[in-house]
Design a protein around this ligand. Sequence first.
Ligand code: ADP
Length: 673
Amino acid sequence: MISSRKQLHHTFKKQTVDVSTQILSISLQKFLELLPDAVVVSDMKGETLYVNPVAEKFLDVTFSEIRGKNILDILPFAPQKFLALDILSKLNKGGSVIEELSFVTKKGAEFHGIFTCTAATDEEGVPVGVIGILKDNTERKHHEDMLYFLNKAGEELASTLDYNQTITKIEELIVPRLADWFSIELVNDQGDLELISIKHKDPSMIEFALELRELYPADKSGNTGTYNVLRTGKAELYEEIPDEIIKKTSKDEKHYQILKKIGFNSVMIIPLKLHGKTIGTINFISTKESGKRFTENDLEIAEDFARKVAYAVLNARLYASVEKELEERKKTEELLQLAQEYGNMATFSWNLDSEYSSNRNISMLYGTREDATMEDFQKIIHPDDIEMLKATINEAIETGDFYAEFRIIPDSQNIKWILGKAKVLYENGKPEKLVGVNIDITRLKELEQKKDEFISIASHELKTPLTSVKAYLQLMERMMVGDEEKKFGGFLTKTQGYVDKLSHLINDLLNVSKIQAGKLEFIMEEFDFDQLVKDTVESIQNTVHHNLVILGSSNATVRGDKVRIEQVFFNLISNAVKYSPKGDRVEISLSSDNEFVHVSVRDFGIGISNDNLVKIFDRFYRAEHSANQFTGLGIGLYICAEIIKRHEGVIWAESAEGGGSVFHFKLPLLHHL
Ligand code: ADP
């Protein structure tokens, strides 16, 4: 009884065990099916007893296809087969084996994982089968890489200031390790994103991408993509890119096909921000080929990296602009050096406390040593010009501007003409330095001399035949009889008028030559100044239409050259008439004080600009507008100035463009009448 009860109990227990084993087996199978890791069960020879769905996917087979087949035949690559063989032999003794695996899958994607193999033993502890579990660690490894290499790239950014060099290094660290494509875009002045760099391991792909960019430029108003990131300043992460997104983003069928061909797998667009302003984006793209997937964690690291990139861009830009400026400065200096050498020009800076500093060219110009002192220079200056130079420097200290033409004698055989132009630099109102240029104008002076010689010879040569023409005209006038006078009288008067003009001109030219040579002669006598003015004005009035009005009187006797003073009146009044074509009046005002007679000639004509006002007394100088509209040689005022100066008087002009002109001069008087 007991035994049968025992029997019964045993049977019941066996049945219960069978059921629970069954339940356990089903649960286990379900568990294995749901497990994210690949599981392969084989016997000790490697014959496959079970693979879960993840393993099916991984090995690219179905369980029914490989049931009973040897795992060694299924594994695609030789190294894997060897590994499997090695593991099997190790497990023959029981225990387990753990291997870290990294390889490229059949589709070309990188794979990182941990493979744990455990021997299943029977009751006696003899290994009967193998359970292999492969844990996919690719994403984690990718993330670790991301952390490591982006950090390294960040360090790289800080290590150099060369823009291009930095970018190349970064690209090399990122592609293809972290992304298949990497690009940097910066916003330009027009608000457009400009591609600064793009990298892919295959250069032909870059060309392809550039073409694509040309053909299908990024949508500026789209609510996704680079421009959206630029606008919002928020990063975009696409862990996966399903076909619908590609379809939605593509502009037409061709675009869709191209995008599909690129095979986007995962994308990160990160804003580059500087002081809260988005200045561009960095873009990470992985393709289906590598199968890399960017995650939220990666985004965080990439954003941190983007901050470093933004500062590096700022620094590199600043550095580049400084470099450019330095380069430009170098170029300017080279040009200046060239100009100095070829233009026989030298710059100088003279400390007014007598310490002298110069450049190389000033030594070339003066034939002095590099370390020449101010005293050395003074010895070289022509003795006749030293006083004038000293006076000009003193004047410059007052006015701020230095201008002088002077001679130097660099060696016993040579005299050089130098033009010195400089500015006085002041510190706290105290003159500190004279900084400027010296130009060798010897050649110019020689040419000027030749020109003067030519003018002198030509005017002499012209004067002789003109005197004869004048004489013959007078003869003809006298010899005319009867109605000849009526017929030719008018022509004769006109011809005489022209001859007079010509002889004035030639006289002026002769006078210029004489002034230049220091040979203008004066015949001094005492005369009644007002009378001279009256006579001169009357004679000029006969030849002009303007009304010449004398205002006031000087009541003075003057000692001077009557003819030359007449010439001054003639020149000033002729100019007043010539340069006021719309005016009809010229006023000649006379007055005197204890020392001087004062004359002013006022017209209501075109006037003279301020720039020209300082130069009109120079030889051959003519204001631009009058040079085009009125004939003249630019010597009349030069002669006037010389004549007045020789009488120890002063001449000057006041005018405004379009507002008429007043020419003044003062002459010392002998006594009042
Ligand atoms: P020219 O009259 O032969 O040119 P001048 O030496 O007499 O030479 O005068 C020099 C320049 O000064 C003239 O070319 C002209 O530009 C200017 N100028 C002289 N007088 C007057 C004036 N009264 N009004 C305006 N410009 C004048």
